[in-house]
Design a protein around this ligand. Structure first.
Ligand SMILES: [Zn+2]
Length: 229
C-alpha cells in the first residue's frame, strides 16, 4: 500500500479525483486521510472555507490527525465511525450542523473508503440552511460564564449555556468572530447530546441493519465544522 507523505502521491490524488467525480460538484469541500486517519490532502474549497484556521489548511494540516479538526465531545464518535468505514469498506453518510454567524447549516458528510490506497475521502455538502433559534446578537457574556469564568459551549451547534439561572442554550454570533478569550468547556447541548447518543446506539448494530442516517437535530429550543470554522 502506498502511504502519502507531505505531498500525496499522484496515484493517491488520482484516486481522490475519481471518487470526487461522483459528486458533480465543481468545488467540493473535501479532504483525504490515510488508513490511520491522518490528513493527506485537502481541496482548494476546503482551504478557502478553513482560511480562518490556518492549521486546518494545506500544507499545515497534512500529517495531523483528522479528529483534531473536530470538537472534543465528538472525537470518539467520528473516530469510531471512520475506523468502521475503513474496516467495512462501505460509504458512510452523516448529517451534522455547521453554524455560521447568520445561519445554521445542515450538512452532509460523505466518506468514501479509498480502496487502492487504504485511506478515506471525506466530502462535505450543504443540505440546507435555516435561521438560528435562540439567537442573541448582543449578549451580556457575563450571563454565560460560571463562577470560575468558564463558558459551556456545544461542540456540535455552538450554542452556549446561560449560567445565570435561566439555563437556556443560546447562539451567540460573537463567539464565531474575534472576541476576548473565554475559557470554554466543550460539551454537547441537550439536543445534540440526544442526537449523537442515538447515532452512537445505532453504531452498535452493523451498518447494513441500520435505518437510514438519522436527521440532524432540528429542534433547537435546547440545541461546529470538522469542519466548524
Ligand atoms: Zn448543540
Amino acid at each position: 500500500m502506498t502511504r502519502a507523505r507531505d505531498n500525496p502521491s499522484p496515484e493517491f490524488v488520482q484516486e481522490v479525483q475519481e471518487l470526487l467525480s461522483i459528486h458533480e460538484d465543481d468545488a467540493p469541500v473535501a479532504c483525504a486521510t490515510d488508513d490511520r486517519l491522518v490528513m493527506q490532502w485537502t481541496s482548494p474549497a476546503w482551504d478557502r472555507r478553513a482560511r480562518l484556521v490556518p492549521a486546518l489548511t494545506h500544507p499545515q494540516v497534512v500529517g495531523r490527525p483528522f479528529v483534531e479538526g473536530i470538537m472534543p465531545p465528538l472525537h470518539a464518535f467520528y473516530r469510531a465511525e471512520l475506523l468502521r468505514t475503513l474496516a467495512d469498506g462501505e460509504v458512510w453518510r452523516h448529517e451534522y450542523l455547521g453554524p455560521t454567524r447568520d445561519k445554521l447549516m445542515v450538512c452532509l458528510l460523505t466518506v468514501h473508503p479509498m480502496k487502492r490506497h487504504g485511506g478515506l475521502l471525506l466530502v462535505h455538502t450543504q443540505i440546507f440552511a435555516r435561521e438560528h433559534e435562540n439567537l442573541v446578537v448582543e449578549p451580556d457574556l457575563g450571563r454565560y460564564v460560571d463562577a470560575r469564568g468558564t463558558m459551556q459551549v456545544c461542540g456540535s451547534c455552538r450554542v452556549a449555556q446561560r449560567q445565570d439561572g435561566a439555563g437556556s442554550w443560546d447562539f451567540l454570533p460573537v463567539l464565531l468572530g474575534p472576541h476576548e478569550p473565554i475559557p470554554t468547556v466543550w460539551t454537547l447541548c441537550p439536543s445534540c447530546a440526544v442526537h449523537y447518543e442515538r447515532l452512537g446506539d445505532a453504531a452498535e448494530s452493523p451498518r447494513s441493519q441500520r435505518p437510514r442516517a438519522a436527521a440532524a437535530p432540528v429542534d433547537q429550543s435546547s440545541p461546529t465544522d470538522p469542519n466548524g470554522k
